[in-house]
Ligand binder design. Structure first.
Ligand code: HEM
Length: 533
């Protein structure tokens, strides 16, 4: 097997031209000049036996909050420390871009927020942020519950059919696939007022969306961007299929954009935010972005924005719901506690924005799921100029110099399961977010304190000073965080309101795979039955 190894010290130089050349070569082979950072050693086979983020965890326990990892000539810096993560994401955010992630996503999302260069990002982030205003989010709770209702009705129908055909009252469903359809329907309606109807049917557009998502996943696990070579588009069958999927989605989005533009009613942002969203025929983000006065955007940019939100907001939420079921099904007493809360707050009715605020335990379940299964497990950055990263939480004063062009992984998974910051880090304990902890005297880290974010419905990166990063942090933090949290709360509450859920096999038989998000390799097969009265 090929060895992953790199030097832990800067090669020495004495000015001799041959030595310099040899140092350059050593540098190149060892993944570049990355100072005295600890170095992960392993074999490339480690990378293929299990998802990369799991190997990065083992190396984190061995090497600490910052280390470098080299694949032959290519090196990455892996950060698992809140102080260094905060530096990269918030304090020095504009010294980095999305690096390899942008290269992967640009052909799909164009200049959408995730891969966008800084200039485009600044303009579009300023324009899109106001569209996620309070009345919009409140109105979306109805979309979340209407779509979840369809999934519930479908499951109830399957149970009735099973009862009629075999007398059994339990069905087996791949809930990962069901949540994926649910999240797609929700994102379609809320972002561009388009009903995919994927919970109940299949269509060419839905197939194309899944094809594109599949390709995005494939690209994020493939180390060599072969798709950037123009002939690949025509020669490689999966690339040909990808191009045709992309065309189907783009045609669909272009049609919706055209429609929205033809019915445009230009209005000031403040006025748009005061509309009666619960009674609007079209409350979508697209409507808002097109109607907003003073922002003239071309169709291409609008399409990139919509495509980005379609992809960013779909798999992530579906994954949260999938892993929620996985974790809850191993903790029946927590299901009972959740159901008691659901019964007390909702009875048999659907959640509303107001009642959702009272579903505290469900909200904590959602964030605890995001702690254990962050989506994505790694954040990716590349330095735009030479940088000095600070020492980590162990109080190292000395920073680490990294050259321009250094690729960085911030391992959210490692941060969220760090034994330095969490008691029983691998245990599923939603209640942990209610506890207050001292900072343990760690220099530069403000510690864990829920009171630091008063009024927030859900715990966030501020309460744990970047040891908890479910939506990233700093200026490029997720724009749909509240949307996604409420969506997950509603869907989960409605599922457990009606059903008891168990895993079909053992938890150990559920195999992890990861691309942009963490998936169950063979789906999350569960047994569903109506709750006993
Ligand atoms: C960015 C997670 C749902 C839209 C991000 C980032 C994370 C994240 C970690 C930061 C990436 C980075 O710093 O590199 C999640 C999770 C979700 C979710 C876990 C669901 C549970 C959504 C939804 C939308 C959305 C529903 C839109 C409707 C975006 C966008 C960005 C982003 C546009 C880029 C923001 C920017 O660069 O300005 N998301 N997301 N996400 N997310 Fe989400």
């Amino acid at each position: 097997s090929v060895s992953i190894k790199c030097q832990s010290t800067e090669p020495k130089t004495n000015g001799n031209i041959l030595d310099n050349a040899s140092n350059l070569l050593t540098n190149f082979l060892s993944g570049g000049s990355l100072g005295s950072m600890p170095t992960a050693e392993g074999s490339v086979s480690d990378l293929f036996g299990k998802p990369l983020f799991l190997s990065l965890y083992d190396w984190f326990l061995e090497h600490g909050g910052i280390y470098k990892l080299a694949f032959g000539p290519k090196a990455f810096v892996v950060i698992s420390d809140p102080i260094i993560a905060r530096h990269v994401l918030r304090e020095n955010a504009f010294s980095y871009d999305k690096g390899v992630l942008a290269e992967i996503l640009e052909p799909i999302m164009g200049k959408g927020l995730i891969p966008a260069d800084l200039d485009t990002w600044k303009l579009r982030r300023r324009a899109i942020t106001p569209a996620f205003h309070k009345l919009y989010l409140e109105a979306m709770v109805k979309v979340f519950s209407d779509c979840s209702e369809k999934m519930i009705l479908k499951s109830e129908k399957l149970i009735r059919e099973k009862e009629t055909s075999s007398g059994e009252d339990t069905i087996e469903l791949d809930l990962e696939a069901e949540f994926s359809s649910l999240a797609l329907d929700i994102i379609g309606l809320s972002v561009f007022n388009y009903d995919f109807g994927s919970v109940t049917k299949e269509s060419p557009v839905i197939k194309a969306v899944y094809g594109t998502l599949f390709e995005a996943e494939h690209r994020s696990t493939f180390y060599f961007p072969y798709w950037n070579f123009p002939p690949a588009r025509w020669i490689v069958p999966r690339q040909r299929k990808f191009q045709s999927d992309l065309k189907i989605i783009n045609d669909c989005l272009d049609g919706l954009i055209q429609n929205a533009k033809e019915t445009r009613q230009e209005t000031d942002v403040e006025k748009l935010q005061e509309r009666d969203y619960t009674n609007l025929k079209d409350a979508s983000l697209l409507r808002f972005l097109v109607d907003m006065r003073g922002v003239d955007i071309d169709d291409r940019q609008l399409r990139d924005d919509l495509m980005t939100m379609l992809i960013a907001g779909h798999e992530t939420t579906a994954a949260v719901l999938t892993w929620a079921v996985f974790l809850l099904s191993q903790n029946p007493e927590k299901i009972r506690k959740a159901q008691a809360e659901i019964d007390a707050v909702l009875g048999q009715g659907p959640p509303t924005y107001e009642s959702m605020k009272k579903l505290e335990y469900i909200r904590l379940i959602v964030v605890e799921v995001l702690r254990l299964f962050p989506q994505p497990p790694l954040l990716i950055r590349r330095t735009l100029k030479p940088e000095t990263l600070p020492g980590g939480h162990k109080g190292e004063k000395e920073g680490h110099k990294v050259p321009k062009g250094t690729d960085i992984f911030i391992s959210v998974y490692n941060l969220h399961r760090s034994p330095y910051f969490w008691d029983n880090p691998h245990d599923f304990e939603p209640e942990r977010f209610l506890r207050t902890k001292e900072s343990n005297g760690i220099e530069g880290w403000a510690g864990f304190d829920p009171s630091r974010s008063p009024g927030a419905l859900y715990p966030n990166e501020i309460i744990a000073d970047f040891a908890f990063l479910p939506f990233g942090g700093g200026p490029r933090k997720c724009i749909g965080d509240q949307f996604a949290l409420m969506e997950s709360t509603v869907a989960l509450a409605m599922l457990f309101q009606k059903f008891d859920v168990e895993l079909r096999g053992t938890p150990e038989s559920v195999e992890l795979v990861s691309g942009a998000t963490i998936h169950a390799k063979n789906g999350m097969w569960c047994k569903l039955k109506r709750r006993s009265k």
